[in-house]
Design a protein around this ligand. Structure first.
Ligand code: PEP
Ligand code: MN
Length: 333
């Protein structure tokens, strides 16, 4: 981190600042020019509050040279992280398909879809039991009962399951879940992230609706700093000025995240577009950009789905996407 001081900054106040920085275990390399002084801070600056330094009236500007995340940073961990869940590997060249309905709606629905997506090539069954809905009057998910039905589908098909958590109090209910999903709306629920840092299970962290890549990585850092290094990132579209799609799939996020972090990156083209017919081309774009997996919403009867029907594929449509994605991955080898 570099701190540029204002011209003729008061010496006593500069000394206060340097004493304080040294008390934070940072070494200071001071470069005095004719008009300006620059302080180069050497050491772990991840705990330094950049806004606080910026607000001092002796400070002209502050710039970070290194990223504020350490555990998630590829510089400190050059090899790809390979997350293992339910007998499958994700990352480091291992690609997986996550498929299933937006929400668990009934035993018949989830078991039927589980069988269909498995036959179509899915490796993980997804399905929300606790649903974050914009309207309190919309279907809120089946809750604990939905989790039980997912576990039944797992038993019946042998597919590992991934489902969303919304409350730290529910962690014990997720005991037999293979991957815990943190939804876009909870990406910055820091108390939830901290608790998940102590859970011995992979966490699937979705990018917030308006979150920058750095904010996504800082949220991963919350989980990893607690000791849980098994984090999978998910690009699921961000909110832009364009109303033609539900969100805008940020495909440049995939190669950029792969540069910045060693964590696997999965893409969700369903929430990114909100339109079923766009899911296939967006999935292909994601595969071409180097994603480590794709999450797709699949429903047995999209027109009557209790949640996110307009973006749901049928199982045969999903099977077509699996084939196409595999061709793209093969072509890029
Ligand atoms: C979901 O996966 O069902 C979901 C609610 O997604 P997101 O958090 O990305 O909106
Ligand atoms: Mn959904």
């Amino acid at each position: 981190m570099v701190v540029i001081l204002k011209n003729h900054a008061d010496e006593a106040r500069v000394k206060n600042l340097t004493d304080w920085l040294q008390s934070q275990k940072l070494m200071i390399n001071e470069v005095r020019g004719e008009y300006q002084t620059i302080l180069g801070l050497i050491g772990d600056t991840s705990r330094v509050d950049i806004d606080l330094i910026q607000s001092l009236d002796i400070v002209e500007d502050v710039k970070r040279i290194s990223e504020p995340y350490k555990c998630a940073n590829r510089n400190f961990h050059p090899d790809d992280t390979v997350v293992e869940a339910g007998g499958h590997k994700i990352g480091g060249g291992n690609f997986q398909f996550f498929a299933g309905p937006c929400s668990v709606e009934s035993r018949e629905q989830i078991i039927g879809i589980a069988k269909d997506v498995k036959a179509a090539g899915a490796n993980f069954l997804r399905g929300g039991a606790f649903k974050p809905r914009t309207s309190p009057y919309a279907f809120q998910g089946m809750g604990a009962e939905g989790l039980e039905l997912l576990l039944e589908a797992k038993k019946e098909t042998g597919m590992p399951i991934i489902t969303e958590i919304m409350d730290t109090a529910h962690i014990p209910l997720f005991e037999d879940v293979d991957i815990i999903q943190v939804g876009a709306r909870n990406m910055q629920n820091f108390e939830l992230l901290k608790e998940l840092g102590h859970v011995n299970k992979p966490i699937f962290l979705k990018r917030g609706l308006s979150a920058t890549l750095q904010e996504l990585l800082m949220s991963a850092e919350y989980i990893m700093a607690g000791g849980n290094e098994n984090v999978i990132l998910c690009e699921r579209g961000i909110r832009t000025f364009e109303p033609a799609t539900r969100n805008t799939l940020d495909i440049s996020a995939i190669p950029l995240l792969k540069e910045k972090t060693h964590l696997p990156v999965v893409v969700d083209p369903s929430h990114a577009s909100g339109i079923a017919r766009l899911v296939e081309p967006m999935a292909y774009a994601a595969a071409a950009c180097g994603a480590d997996g794709i999450m797709i919403e699949v429903h047995n009867d999209p027109a009557h789905a209790l949640c996110d029907g307009p973006q749901a594929l049928t199982a045969p449509q999903f099977a077509k996407v699996v084939t196409g994605v595999e061709k793209i991955r093969e072509a890029l080898k």
